[in-house]
Design a protein around this ligand. Sequence first.
Ligand code: FMN
Length: 144
Amino acid sequence: MHILAILGSRNPEGQTACACDALLSGAASKGATSEKVFLATCQLERCRQCEDNGWGLCRTEGRCIIDDEFDLITEKLRNADVVVFANPVYFSGLSESMHAYLHRLGRIGWIREDARPGIEGKPVIGIAVAGGGGAGAPECVHPV
Ligand SMILES: Cc1cc2nc3c(=O)[nH]c(=O)nc-3n(C[C@H](O)[C@H](O)[C@H](O)COP(=O)(O)O)c2cc1C
């Protein structure tokens, strides 16, 4: 089993990475392999809402017109058996990099049926790491 961990924190030594590592090391003890992607350090634009009507190639071709690391990350996601989305709670929600990635993934994964293989039905684990006592975590994942 291969696990792709997508992190919305940029800190490989931070709390989000630490929680993610605990999960991955448990999985590794049962033979799983894994890779981590730190979204904030990737070249990743936000959705451009390309056309005046708000649509774009995502609607007609099931792909994104922006030439950055989105396709590379999404190819890794398609090839993984399980995906972990690990996110530090920012302003009671997802981090900016996680928002950017999920908004674009949503456009290609939800609009066109032919773009869904490898995305739809994928087992997903969500991790939210809040500051203080951790009470912000449920708020963060509620709208996802
Ligand atoms: C910009 C920013 C906004 C934050 N907003 C919240 C928040 O609304 N609620 C909360 O509980 N923690 C908040 N925090 C704290 C982080 O969620 C917490 O420190 C988290 O552990 C950081 O993860 P990291 O160590 O992987 O960077 C915020 C931190 C930052 C940098």
